[in-house]
Write a protein that binds this ligand. Sequence first.
Ligand code: AMP
Length: 497
Amino acid sequence: MSAVIGIDLGTTYSCIAFMDGQTPVVIPNLEGNNTTPSVVSFIPGGQHLVGLPALRQAISNPYNTIYSVKRLIGKKFNSPEMEQLRDKFPYRMIEAPNGDILIEAAGEIYTPQEISAFVLAYLKQCAENYLGTRVEEAVITVPAYFNDHQRQATKDSASICGLKVLRIINEPTAASLAYGFNTRKNGKVAVYDLGGGTFDITVLEIHDGIFHVLSTSGDTFLGGDDFDNRLIGWLLEEFKKEHGIDLSQDKFALQRIKEAAEKAKRELSFTPETEINLPFICSGPGGSLHIQKKINRAFFENLTRDLVENTLTICQKALKDAGLSASRLDEVILVGGQTRMPLVRQMVAEFFGRQPAARINPDEIVAIGAALQANIIKGSTRDLVLLLDVTPFSLGIETENGGFQKIIERNTTIPARKTMAFTTVENNQRRVRIHVLQGESPKAADNKSLATFELVGIDPAPAGVPQIDVTFEVDADGLLRVSARDVGTGREQKVEI
Ligand code: AMP
C-alpha cells in the first residue's frame, strides 16, 4: 500500500495534505507544524537540515542556508530578473555551462532542482511518518504563471527524491478546487494568490463540479519578499544616514535585518505598531551599534502600497481576458501568506467590490486542493470534479523577418493541441528551422525563446510549395511538445520542452 499526497511547494513555506476518505487533512511536519519553511541548510559533516531547523541556521550560517529557491528554478543566470535578484541572496550562485543557475554551499554545487528535492524528500518523509505507509506519488502545485522550464524543473525535483508526479496543477486552481469542494457553490470566482515570491490571479467558473479556468495572469517576481525588501531598504538607508555605514555588504547583519523585517511585517498585520530591535548589529568607531526603530502600520503601508497596486493592474488584465467585470464575480478567494496584510485585503475588497471569502486558511488551501486533485486522478473522489485549466502564455513560432505567429493563444483550455501549416520561403529549401517561443508580442525578439530545432530532408521544390505542419501540444501539466512534419515526405521532428 502506498498513499498519494498533495504538495504545495511554496517559495517560503510548503504544506502537504491528503484525503482521509472524502475529508481533506493537512499533514503536520516532524515538529508538528502544518507548514514547513522551504529552506535547506548545509552544516559541517556533510549533513543538511530542512525546514525550521534550517531556517534557524539562516543567521549563523547564511552562506550555506538556501531559501526562496523557487524564485531561481528554471531561470537563466543572466536573465534580467536574476540580475536584479542575485545580490539579494547571501548564498553564492554561479552560472552553469548551459546558462542555468547553480548554487554553491558548503563546498558543493547544487542545482535549484536538487535543493527543492531536499525539501520534497523531507515532506515525503513527514507524510510517510504521519500516514505510516510509503508515499510514492503526489500532485504538486506551481504558480499559474510558471513557464514550461519552471514546470519541468519542478517535476525534475520530484523525480530526484523518488516521487512520481501524478500531475502539476496551478496553485490558484488548486485553491478554487478546495474552495468549491468545500462550499459546493456554483459561480464565477477570482483567486488572488500573493505568496512569498510570486503573484497569481485566476478567474474561474465553477459549475456542478466543473472548474473552468477562464483566465490567469501573474508575476513570478512579485511577492511577500518584495514587501520585506522595502522595509529592509528603509532600515539600511536610515542606518547609513545615522552612522555612515552601509550594512548591505555585511551578510550576517543583512540576514538579521531580513528576519527582523519579515517578523515586523507579520506583526503589523495584527498590531498597529511594532518595534525592530537589533542590538550589536555591527561595530562603529565608538563601539557597538544597534538598530532600534518603531514602525507603524500606516508607514509600512505607504512603503508598499504600489506593490499592491501592481497586483491590481494584473487583476485588471485577468478580468479583461476572461471578458468579465469585477462586479460579475461571485466570490474572491485569498491565497498566500502575504494576503494576511490588512492593506492587501482592503485594496482587493475595494477593487472587486466585495469582501473576500471568509474562513479560508491561505496557507493550507492550496495543498488541500492538490490532495483533492490526487484523489480525483486516482478515482477515489466520489463526485464528478473536472478541472479545465488554461495556458498562461501564448505559444508559437518565429516567422520569416522576426515575426511571431501564435499557435496556441494565451488562456486556451488544456490539454490543447493545434496544428498550423507553414511552407518554405526559398526555392529548393531543404531544411526549416523552428524557433519555439512564448509571449504576447508580435515580434519574436520580445518573447521568451523556449527551443529551436530543425526539420531536414525536405524534397526540393519551389518556394511556397512544401507543406510543413507544425503541431503544438500542451498536456495537463502545462508542458509543451512541438512537432514539425513535412507532409510531402512524412518526415517528422519533435521536441519536448
Ligand atoms: P506563502 O508563499 O504563501 O507561504 O507566503 C509567504 C509570504 O507570506 C511570506 O512573504 C511571508 O512573510 C508572508 N506572510 C506570512 N504571514 C504573514 C502575515 N501575517 N502578514 C503579512 N505577511 C505574511
